[in-house]
Design a protein around this ligand. Structure first.
Ligand code: GLC
Length: 429
């Protein structure tokens, strides 16, 4: 059966898909579970007491200080921080396992922007309405969209993410504007005996991000505006082909096939790469002057290089959501407000160079002076392409990852990989 997915909201077109989504949503918002098998969204709304916050590895060291601050002010509603691994896939699977087990201890969870539809459709996320309403009016619209499913807000935008090009400004005074220009600068990397370019190419969510960026940058699409798989096009082949060629020529070093965000950050800050595609969090870690970074004062930040101008980032980011199974939902909501307040958003930016979701912070002159890349980041986020919005996202991302990986390894031609990607997205359920 063919499924269609919208980039912007609920699944469109196929009545059966829509029916599933709707029944699942009502399961999440009425008592007793319903179609999605979720928990009781009408109970424990006034519950207060200790809660647990679950998030992936705190690479930027922002969560612990925030939790300490909250705990000092709320001795009867203490938060325990459960830190997951630093891999998006493992974080996802851990959450799924605990939701399936109806765990009452996973009160507030960090939800990657791509999981909202799946978790909401399953009835695992507490809708943020009525008594638990959450005000998103000051937030970047693109981030609010990532927290919304079928017209209901299921999470609070926490940090956004847009891809950036980190480059060695001591070796390349003017960063490349296009992909081909960047490739032509790889001779500089050779002369300096370092790798030229890396992103994230291990077979996991980060590869979907990078492959989609290559495809979107060259005019292709993973799904079209109506949500249908649309990747089998010559533009998509050109985009994926650029990554494949770069691996073949060595412009992307062979070991980058094992890279996730942290491996690629480490390679760059150890001075082993001329160019790196990564998220904004890298800025604060790579610019540390305690000796941990060999490039602390030697790198600049530019937009991702594109076809003839800036490239298209995948829209990343993380939202905080409340589990329907939580017993202390009033505390959970207060904690979510605290984790997304203006003060906390400023802290994310200054302490961890994470992308704020509050629009006003991008034009806050004190902040921009401290973090000069903020305007570049805002442009990246505003022009970023969302990954497909669908309750069947795990199957869609697998279709992209598996086939992109096979192409990068040379196990499939680009044509075959893109054709297989298309049929696997169509079959996703
Ligand atoms: C970052 C992004 C997230 C993305 C992940 C992939 O954490 O914010 O959206 O899915 O990287 O590894």
């Amino acid at each position: 059966m063919r499924k269609t997915f919208s980039k912007y909201g609920a699944p469109l077109a196929m009545a059966s898909v829509l029916a599933l989504a709707l029944s699942a949503c009502s399961g999440g918002s009425s008592s007793g579970g319903g179609g999605g098998g979720g928990g009781d969204a009408s109970s424990n709304l006034d519950g207060r007491g200790p809660i647990t916050y679950v998030q992936g590895k705190d690479n930027s060291n922002v969560v612990r200080p925030l939790v300490d601050k909250w705990n000092a002010a709320h001795p009867d509603q203490k938060v325990t921080f459960k830190e997951q691994s630093d891999s998006a896939d493992q974080q996802h699977d851990d959450l799924v396992q605990h939701f399936q087990g109806k765990d009452t201890n996973y009160d507030v969870v960090d939800v990657d922007v791509i999981w909202t539809a799946e978790f909401a459709a399953k009835g695992w996320l507490q809708p943020l309405k009525d008594k638990l309403a959450f005000d998103t009016s000051a937030m970047l619209p693109a981030t609010v969209k990532t927290a919304t499913y079928s017209g209901t807000l299921y999470a609070a935008p926490q940090t956004s993410d847009g891809g950036l090009l980190y480059y060695r400004k001591d070796l390349v005074p003017n960063p490349p504007k296009t992909w081909d220009e960047m490739m032509s600068m790889c001779s500089i990397a050779k002369q300096n005996n370092i790798g030229c370019y890396a992103g994230q190419f291990q077979k996991y969510e980060g590869l979907t991000v990078n492959a989609s960026e290559a495809i979107n940058t060259f005019g292709g699409k993973i799904v079209d505006d109506s949500g249908k798989a649309a990747v089998n096009s010559s533009d998509a082949k050109t985009g994926l082909g650029k990554l494949v060629d770069a691996f073949k020529s060595g412009n992307i070093p062979a070991e980058a096939i094992t890279y996730k965000e942290e491996d690629s950050r480490t390679a760059f800050q150890d001075g082993k790469l001329l160019f790196l595609r990564n998220w904004p969090y890298v800025y604060s870690i790579a610019s540390k002057t305690d000796g941990s970074s060999k490039v602390a004062d030697k790198f600049g930040i530019a937009p991702l290089p594109g076809k003839s101008g800036p490239g298209a980032s995948s829209l990343g980011g993380h939202n905080v959501a409340m589990s329907v199974y939580s017993k202390n939902k009033a505390t959970a909501l207060d904690f979510m407000k605290f984790m997304t307040s203006q003060e906390t958003e400023t802290f994310y930016a200054t302490q961890g160079s994470l992308a704020p979701v509050l629009s006003s912070l991008y034009s806050d002159q004190t902040l921009v002076q401290k973090l000069p890349y903020l305007p570049t980041l805002l442009t990246s986020i505003q022009n970023a392409v969302p990954r497909p919005v669908t309750p069947f996202y795990p199957a869609v991302t697998k279709a992209v990852e598996d086939n992109a990986y096979a192409a990068l390894k040379g196990d499939k031609t680009v044509d075959q990989a893109v054709a297989d990607m298309q049929s696997a997205i169509e079959a996703a359920k």
